[in-house]
Ligand binder design. Sequence first.
Ligand SMILES: *Cc1c(COP(=O)(O)O)cnc(C)c1O
Length: 407
Amino acid sequence: MAAATMSIEPFTRSFTQQEPIPEAAIAAAVEVMRSGRLHRYNTIEAEVPAASALERAYADYQGARYCLACASGGTALQLALRACGLAPGERVLTNAFTLAPVPGAIVAAGGRPVLVETTEDLVIDLADLEVKAAGSGARFLLVSHMRGHLVDMDALMALAGRCGLTVIEDCAHTMGAAWRGRKSGNFGRVACFSTQTYKHMNSGEGGLLTTDDAELAARAIVLSGSYMLYERHGAAPPAEVVERIRLETPNNSGRMDNLRAAILLPQLAELDANVARWNTRYRAIEARLARVAALVLPVRPPEELYVGSSIQFRIPGIAPDDARRFVVDARALGVELKWFGAPEPVAFTSTHASWTYLERQALPRTDRVLAGLFDMRIPLTFSVDDCRHIADIIAHCAERLSLEGAA
Ligand SMILES: *Cc1c(COP(=O)(O)O)cnc(C)c1O
């Protein structure tokens, strides 16, 4: 340990520190607070509330016809599943490698998750998906673009067409990303985004749902708790579409308020510039880690425009004790790595085995991948030099590990 810390300068900045909210967003938030009209339907004559303005702006950004602002990404997922017509007890295919709100939303919406294997490049395993689609009889696939990795979307949509699957996209880590020039979220019937602090726009909590399907949008709006005030939405279908379904659709109260929407609007204007900033940082780390023999980086296909707000790498076959020591060594030098192979969930790193409310499902390929999988956040508060420094520390710890493994 002493030798390790002596030979390389520790890193001292926080991995959970995001950038401040832009001044324009702070000013907009103060204005909403001064008005007292925080509830999205609390408007005065001809006023466009921030929640509606955000829906309009995000629909335009995304290139989707309809957008609904929600209380959280998880809420958006639940509303999407319900609005698609998920029946109680129905099976829903989803990635085994995802974050807890995904299976949680399926269960909350009354569904039963059927977990699909993960490839070494961290995307849904299409061969396993095809087998499980046939075996489960599921009508829905909630595909999670976990940690920002996009599966071959052309192949996925072809498979979904063959198997009669309705696709719901979880874009919590792919806001701003694209596949062959088409925005992530515009492939399935409906897409869900998160504006929680650790995602690509920050309102503390928040979610956005987008779709081109008028009836689905209408159902999502009423489900979100529209109190029959759906005409005050910024990117909603015509009122007559909502009128057809409004009385048969329950209120699940999952709205976004004007305060959070006001904070998000100015951030949307900066999103694409921030994507470029993330990717500069990602590539600086990736280039250094690619030179470390022990580390395997996921292959990022040329069709994928990703958002490098986090980075993943694998050390295939690493023993659990070595993985723990690697994380501890990096931590001692100020670098926060998450390891997905730990038997106990740590903060955001729970895995399918921790979701004991699900039916037990054997996922040997995913388990093998997760046993050697490490993950690191890349907040924009890190400079590119910080990223190079961090990558040097990871390389140093990995090299030390293999030296000691060989000894
Ligand atoms: C963050 C996240 C969500 C949504 O989470 P909320 O905290 O409810 O906004 C959904 N899927 C994944 C993969 C996530 O990381």
